[in-house]
Design a binder for this molecule. Structure first.
Ligand SMILES: NC(=O)c1ccc[n+]([C@@H]2O[C@H](COP(=O)([O-])OP(=O)(O)OC[C@H]3O[C@@H](n4cnc5c(N)ncnc54)[C@H](OP(=O)(O)O)[C@@H]3O)[C@@H](O)[C@H]2O)c1
Length: 333
């Protein structure tokens, strides 16, 4: 097992790319060799963020194009591109590729046509990729599909309970901050549309619904909402338990996790505690009026929902400490 690994980040100028860059620079066993951005190619890392390359810290190299970053021969390539662009990449011949997009989460190309709205350009190769959510589906192989942010929260909440709940009528109510939509501006993300508002969107057609279903083994109703905050994500899940013992299942499943905390009875997850971190909080409540149980998970969409999870997957693949480079505590406000 090697002690260090070289890293390239493709799409490093986007939200998840910059978050991945931050984790890699903080990681004692990762060496950053390339950062890709088509818009910043040829410019120093400080063109993205003037705080980079301060004295005493690890240095980030000059930006190269995304294609060049993909082809640079790193041990680990993190791909942080939009879905359709990521779907078209030819994976490098050597090293591990961890794709943060949704482009390789399904074997079935039909899912891309129906839920993502494009024909997958490399449909025949989807079977080479494996989905990895460390606490439920540990990574293996060299082509890794990192989970979606909403799917991460819903699966962390429900995955350990899947065999103990009634699969009919499960509802996942999701809420995410604005960075979940990426950096490229669009009218629905203007401050005038988002601030002092909460908007449901893609109701019944969001692409994380089939991802959640695929790993629970049954379909769910999933409704995402846009919150007027920059980052952080909640999944509130409504299930019928058919009996007690769900809390014990969750506590046992996450007892050794460095990342996921099952909160004590009565405590509620809080975006403020997980924001800017790679941690997840889960809480479980029995509904006092119906036979439903409510399981709530909070993550940062850019942390455990994206970059933190990608680095966690890399750590497990390379035999590094699972939480190396991750942020596990944040500021409260
Ligand atoms: N945001 C989240 O919370 C989150 C969570 C989990 C997963 N994801 C997934 O991670 C991937 C990246 O998301 P993100 O939020 O980091 O996106 P983003 O902020 O929009 O960044 C994507 C970057 O990709 C580059 N790019 C290359 N070709 C592009 C194209 N044709 N159109 C637009 N950008 C292009 C752009 O930089 P250059 O032009 O400089 O190359 C851009 O900065 C997406 O597939 C997303 O679904 C996002």
């Amino acid at each position: 097992m090697q002690n260090m690994a070289s890293v390239s980040i493709v799409g490093a100028a986007g939200y998840t790319g910059q978050e991945t860059l931050d984790r890699v620079l903080a990681h004692p066993q990762l060496e950053l060799v390339a950062i890709g951005s088509d818009s910043l190619a040829g410019q120093p890392a400080t063109a993205l963020d003037p705080r980079l390359n301060r004295n005493g810290g690890k240095r980030a190299p000059i930006f190269i194009t995304n294609d060049a970053a993909l082809a640079c021969g790193a041990d680990i390539t993190f791909v942080c591109l939009p879905n359709e662009r990521a779907a078209a990449i030819e994976p490098p011949a050597r090293g591990v590729v961890i794709d943060l997009s949704g482009a390789h989460r399904f074997d079935d190309a039909e899912v891309y046509r129906r839920w993502y709205g494009f024909d997958h350009p490399r449909a025949g190769e989807l079977g080479r990729w494996s989905y990895a959510l460390p606490e439920l589906v540990p990574p293996h192989g060299t082509l890794i599909a990192n989970p979606g942010c909403y799917a991460t929260a819903a699966l962390l909440a429900l995955g350990p309970l899947a065999g103990a709940i009634d699969p009919a009528g499960v509802v996942v109510d999701g809420k995410s901050g604005m960075t979940g939509a990426g950096k490229v501006p669009r009218p629905s993300m203007h401050a005038g549309a988002v601030l002092e508002n909460i908007s449901p969107y893609k109701v019944g057609v969001h692409q994380h619904a089939p991802e959640i279903a695929a790993h629970l083994g049954f379909d769910v109703t999933f409704v995402p909402h846009l919150l007027p905050v920059r980052r952080g994500l909640l999944a509130t899940c409504y299930v019928r338990s058919g009996g007690a013992g769900l809390r014990a299942l969750l506590e046992a499943h996450y007892a050794d996790s460095p990342v996921v905390t099952v909160l004590p009875e009565g405590a509620t997850p809080d975006l403020s505690r997980v924001r800017h971190t790679d941690a997840a909080e889960i809480a479980l409540f029995d509904d006092g009026f119906t036979d439903r149980t409510i399981v709530i998970c909070a993550v940062d969409n850019l942390g455990k929902g994206a970059a933190g999870q990608a680095v966690q997957n890399a750590n497990l693949l390379f035999g590094f400490p699972e939480a190396a480079g991750l942020r596990l505590s944040g500021v409260l406000v």
